[in-house]
Every structure is written in C-alpha cells, then in structure tokens.
Design a protein around this ligand. Sequence first.
Ligand SMILES: [Ca+2]
Ligand SMILES: [Ca+2]
Length: 109
Amino acid sequence: MALHAESDLLKLQRKEIIGIFKRADTDASGEIDASELHNLMESVIGRPPTPAEVYHVGTHIDKNGDHKIQENEFVDALIQWLAEVESTRLKRERGKLYLKHLRLQIYLL
Ligand SMILES: [Ca+2]
Ligand SMILES: [Ca+2]
C-alpha cells in the first residue's frame, strides 16, 4: 500500500527521530559512526551494548553499506520499527477482542 500523504503522527515521529539523530551525532558529521551508535544504544538500553549488538543494529540500519548511518537511513529504520511495534500492538488488541467475542459466544450458548 502506497502512502499518499504522511499523517501528522508520522510527521511528528520523523521530526522527533531527526532530533534523536542530531543528538546522537555528537561530532555533527551528519552521520552516526560505530562509537556514536554505541553511545546511543547505551542511553536507550541503559547499559553498554556488546560489540555484537552494535554490529547487528548498525548493519540493519546501514542500507548503503558504508558502515555509517546517514539521516535518511536512521529515519527509515526507526519509522519502520515504530510501524512494526504499532502493528504488533494492534494485532494483540485484535486478538484480545476476538477472545472477548468468543467468550461472549460461549456465554450465550
Ligand atoms: Ca558523527
Ligand atoms: Ca550508511
């Protein structure tokens, strides 16, 4: 499904994500390198990430393979991640609703 226009929420998310990117890019090079990614992950997960974790996240976000994260790569990855989180949440809620419906059916039998 193609997105015709970004929702306000998405615009807000994009702005916030760019803000996170700019804060993570501590030397203002316009890219997040491995050590900046390490620091960003530490602030997110509350402990220093292992080199494997940094590598895993880095290669997932780094689409052009230059071992650095550009702003568009970062924004795309986080928006996709947020969308996945949201759809998982919706699925779970739909599941709960289904269960409620099922219980009601059983009750009415
Ligand atoms: Ca940088
Ligand atoms: Ca890159």
